[in-house]
Ligand binder design. Structure first.
Ligand code: PEP
Ligand code: MN
Length: 379
């Protein structure tokens, strides 16, 4: 089901002449000099559309730098006057909203630690009532699409129609190369549910380090995201927060110049014909895959009946091990990603177990007594 949001196109509230559209600035405003120097360097690049800076910082542990506070609004305003760049800050409660609006902040954003909490989001939404200000909503810390959508809906219901989402990745217990797992599929699902909603990507918070930022930025553009929010600092090595993931304005230019901006569609007729032919080929293969899965499940049902009649358990671990071993070796030979193949086989196996469980637990009349929903079996 599509989301029913009342939102205005991005170009009605941000100057979109720059491609990719870039929101940049320090993680935190630290001193007036740091903010103004950074802002001037960013403006001079001609590539930045919005200046960002955090002045109220949500920190995981107390005792760390918690933001410079309201004085930062004066510095941001000076930066705006001197550079002409619109300014954006994070707000996390009603007081922040009131102060930011009174100070003429152009764009507000809701941070990941606020999006997780519907009380906080509602408080912000109530404070926004009657104001025509753009609001960007970061994904919640945890990979919960409904929570992200809920926050967007709350802000929209408060009458805010200039809305964008920011994909900044998701916290995970397992430590990987990323500070926050991108989990692109969640951003893609959001886009599918609401194609008119602009989505920005925040490679700084996804990567947590400078090295991976180009890779994530390019991937975001290739997934047709509308822009990037990248943290930048006149001297990242001495930044008071998120030092490892900020770029100098010069490094930012270098990064942006290397990005390839591709079009979601091409007007070229030959291209369209070729793409249509290729898509028809994969559609045919998908039909065969589904048909074969259907045939597989019919045999699985027969096996289920046979096991039931002979009082044998559904799961035989050795058999499952053998399937995985054979499957992954075959996948390697076919140059398929082994991780993908394992997940695919697990999904198919999980569905087979569910089918057999249904058959085992059907009563004499063949009615299913305890039907489970589809289960995903984790290795
Ligand atoms: C930030 O943008 O500096 C920030 C605190 O981000 P997030 O809410 O994504 O952690
Ligand atoms: Mn930050």
């Amino acid at each position: 089901m599509k989301l029913n949001l009342n939102i205005q196109p991005l170009n009605s509230w941000i100057d979109t002449k720059n491609e990719p559209l870039l929101i940049s600035g320090p993680c935190s405003a630290e001193t007036e000099e740091q903010l103004l120097t950074t802002a001037h360097l960013l403006a001079a690049t001609g590539k930045v559309s919005v200046l960002r800076a955090g002045i109220w910082k949500p920190r995981t542990r107390p005792g760390e730098f918690e933001g410079i506070g309201s004085i930062g609004l004066e510095w941001l305003n000076r930066a705006k006057k001197e550079t002409g760049l619109p300014i954006a800050v994070e707000v996390a409660n009603a007081k922040h909203v009131e102060e930011a609006l009174a100070a003429g902040v152009d764009i507000l954003w809701i941070g990941a630690r606020s999006t997780v909490n519907p009380f906080t989001v509602q408080e912000i939404a109530d404070a926004l009532q009657g104001h025509d200000v753009p609001v960007l909503i970061k994904n919640p810390i945890n990979p919960d699409l409904q929570l992200w959508i809920g926050a967007i809906e709350r802000i929209n219901r408060a009458g805010i129609t200039k809305i964008g989402a920011i994909h900044r990745g998701f916290s995970s217990y397992e430590k990987t190369s990323f500070r926050n797992e991108p989990m692109w599929e969640l951003a893609i699902q959001l886009k599918t549910l609401c194609p008119e909603l602009p989505i920005f990507n925040d490679p700084s918070h996804i990567c947590g380090n400078r090295e991976l930022i180009p890779y994530i930025s390019q991937k975001a553009l290739d997934l047709d995201m509308q822009g990037l929010m990248i943290e930048s600092h006149v001297d990242p090595t001495v930044a008071w927060t998120d030092a490892k993931q900020q770029l100098t304005p010069a490094a930012l230019v270098e990064l942006v110049d290397k990005l390839t901006v591709r079009e979601p569609e091409s007007a070229n007729e030959d291209f369209k014909d070729h793409l249509t032919t290729l898509r028809e080929s994969i559609d045919k293969i998908d039909d065969i895959l589904l048909q074969k899965l259907g045939e597989r499940m019919a045999i699985v049902a027969k096996i289920g009946e046979y096991k039931r009649d002979n009082q044998v358990t559904i799961l035989q671990v050795n058999r499952w091990d053998a399937i995985i071993k054979k499957g992954t070796a075959f996948a390697k030979a076919l140059k398929l990603d082994v991780n993908f193949t394992e997940k695919f086989l697990e999904l198919v196996h999980g569905e087979s177990i569910r089918r057999q469980t249904e058959i085992m637990n059907a009563n004499k009349a063949g009615e299913v007594i305890a039907a489970e929903k589809h289960v995903e079996v984790k290795a």
